[in-house]
Design a protein around this ligand. Sequence first.
Ligand SMILES: C[S@@+](CC[C@H](N)C(=O)[O-])C[C@H]1O[C@@H](n2cnc3c(N)ncnc32)[C@H](O)[C@@H]1O
Length: 364
Amino acid sequence: MIEQTLSANNPLLEDLWAFAKTETLLATFELGLFAAIVQTKTPQTVQDLANQLQVDPYGLKRLLSLLQTWGYVTLNSDRTTVFPTPQTIELLGSATQKAGWLAYATYIRQVQAAWGGLTSTLQHGTPTGSAFSLSEAEARFSHLNEGLRLLHEPLATDLFSVLASYLPAKTAETSLHCVDVGAGSGVWSLPFLKAYPQGSVTFLDYPSVLAQAENSTALAPFKRRMRLISCDFESSSLEWQTETIAPAQVVLIANVLRELSPEAQINLLKKAWQQVEQGGIIVVVEALANDASKPATPLVSTVADLHLLATSFSSTGCLIKTSLVQLCETTFESSGRIDFQWLQSDLFTGQGLSVLMIKRKVFD
Ligand SMILES: C[S@@+](CC[C@H](N)C(=O)[O-])C[C@H]1O[C@@H](n2cnc3c(N)ncnc32)[C@H](O)[C@@H]1O
């Protein structure tokens, strides 16, 4: 016999219904409702919106009511007109933000099915069907990267300002080379391209991801100084031939290691080591699990860890601080040849990211 009745604010009940929030927000993106309500800053009638989006006005009213309880819109008292809240305008007001969030929502829709199979994944230790196949990986990353660009742009600028003190002084002549491993949208090397007018970047990623970078408006002004090389880091015949790429002063590995098998992680770090000049730096950006130095950031560490299992992105999951250092020490063979430093910034930690800088010492 159940002796206790469920109270309305029971946290378990709230958590069990958390999926309803995801579904509601995904529908809002997919119907184009967010785009439509931030388009005009003035109130719109629900009927006009329904006509514009070709949806049933009664359903739309109910959807808007729920969005109102979460602070995304304000409805008038008889629910006939709607306008976005300042929070929604701030989040989605510009065309770039709208495109970025829409791409991110598409990515969430793609990974949702894999999460649906989590029970079975945990029973078998590996995803059993609904997860992505390798051939779908490229398409999945295309959506994810657009979203990450939106989320990480301020962080990348911040990281670059921290890194600048470890790099040669910026002059019109300084021609540094950076290799961006798993570059995605190129968000982490963008501040580098902006700061060094003679600097160049080699992007390494899947071909279709690189095709996106090729067409990116953010990167368009720097095309002449970008080189795109397609490769698969998991493939044993890694196409990334270090001898065809100029030695680099900076190698960026941002949010990539966690996607790879242990062998591929080592392989990749070895390549990075060969690529970076003496005195140069390798920068690893990661969402580390169990990093006690950070406040609880469930999305980017704890959830990401299970996410990698649920979606078969990685057999290892998120790395932890000590294992990342160990991995680098083992890979680079002698810790005497390197200096490690954890870079600090409120922005990184706020997003649950850790940044490890590995300096390759100068040896005669
Ligand atoms: C999580 S995204 C990070 C992108 C970018 N560095 C950032 O932080 O925004 C991981 C990137 O690594 C690339 N990637 C993952 N596994 C790869 C593989 N096996 N071969 C080549 N690229 C891969 C993906 O295409 C994607 O662009």
